[in-house]
Design a protein around this ligand. Structure first.
Ligand code: BTN
Length: 328
């Protein structure tokens, strides 16, 4: 843990009480003057830290910005996800940054956030709107021991983690649309893009990219997106603290990834199915130029969607865009 991360976690652990400069200096292994320099730096970032010559320091509030040390300090111990966290003010795409980390041999679990992305991407080559400070745009490096055919499982597990974290932090009940869209009142507020590197039968690494529209307002959304898109803020009528949601999300990702690694996809799939609005409905799936119509029956072992066509045949769909038929 870095010094800022340790400092913030000591202040948080004290709650409304103050911690003396002497105690902080001893725990950080630095002088009291150096503690003061760290406090001043955190204050300049927007942390409201009261300082009293007799009592010491007390954290009054934290700003709504993503700060790697703060995220690390709030996250505490995790199995895999968030062992290393980086935050960029701006980057092309956090998935580009993580892809580079993967090639440099960085261990799995590294997470990269950006306050804004200039070339955020979604599935099927679409762009992903990532305005500054309005959402959670981040990617996670994973090195799973599964076959490329099973990779939809990762997307499904990530969707479960996003739904759980949003439920905990806001009380909203997200629905999941196969395989990677998260919706509120039928409008999308989050998406997942899983990109793989590997051979035919072996995954070398995966980059899990997650975008959550947290505090986007109507003015952030171009006219063509307004009808199908929403944000947590638009749904709640108030802004949501991104750092708290980010930490909840990383914790939940750690839990579901642990399940997948332990061979317990079934449990994750059950939870996904209960939040899924695709199953049991008549749908149309666009796979490239093909259109498949039928009833979404279930998830397969590898996370593919099983579609019963009107001829009674079961088709396994491993990718594509689901269009829910009207009135179903
Ligand atoms: C989709 O629904 O089409 C997937 C959207 C994924 C967006 C995230 S934002 C963080 C990461 N970086 C990107 O460029 N894309 C993903």
């Amino acid at each position: 843990m870095t010094r800022d991360a340790l400092l913030l976690s000591l202040l948080r652990a004290a709650g409304d009480d103050s911690v003396s400069g002497e105690v902080l200096a001893a725990r950080l292994g630095i002088s009291r003057a150096a503690v003061w320099a760290h406090i001043r730096e955190l204050r300049s970032l927007g942390y409201d830290i009261a300082a009293s010559p007799h009592l010491g320091y007390c954290l009054l509030s934290a700003p709504d910005l993503l700060h790697a040390d703060d995220l690390l300090s709030r996250l505490g111990e995790s199995q895999v996800i968030g062992r290393e966290i980086q935050v960029f003010r701006e980057t092309t795409s956090t998935s580009d940054v993580v892809e580079k980390l993967a090639r440099d041999g960085v261990a799995e679990g590294a997470v990269v956030f950006a306050e804004s992305q200039t070339r955020g991407r979604g599935r099927l080559g679409r762009r992903w709107l990532s305005p500054p400070g309005a959402g959670l745009w981040f990617s996670v490096l994973l090195r799973p021991t599964c076959r490329p055919a099973e990779m939809t499982r990762l997307t499904i597990a990530a969707a479960v983690a996003v739904a759980r974290a949003v439920r905990q932090q806001t009380g909203l009940e997200p629905e999941v649309k196969w395989p990677n869209d998260l919706l509120l009142r039928g409008r999308k507020f989050a998406g997942i893009l899983t990109e793989l590197s590997g051979e035919q039968d072996r995954v070398r690494h995966a980059v899990l990219g997650i975008g959550v529209d947290v505090n986007l307002t109507a003015t952030n959304l171009p006219a063509d997106l307004r009808r199908q898109t929403t944000s947590l803020r638009l749904e709640l009528g108030r802004p949501v603290l991104r750092a708290e949601l980010a930490v909840a999300l990383l914790r939940e990702l750690d839990v579901v990834y642990g399940r997948l690694s332990a061979g317990q996809f079934e449990q994750v799939a059950d939870e996904w199915e209960s939040a899924c609005t695709t199953l049991g409905r008549e749908i149309e799936v666009a796979v490239g130029d093909r259109r498949l119509k039928g009833r979404a029956e279930a998830l397969d072992q590898d996370g593919s969607l099983l579609l019963r066509t009107r001829y009674g045949r079961i088709e396994r769909v491993t990718g594509g865009d689901v269009l829910l038929a009207a009135g179903t």
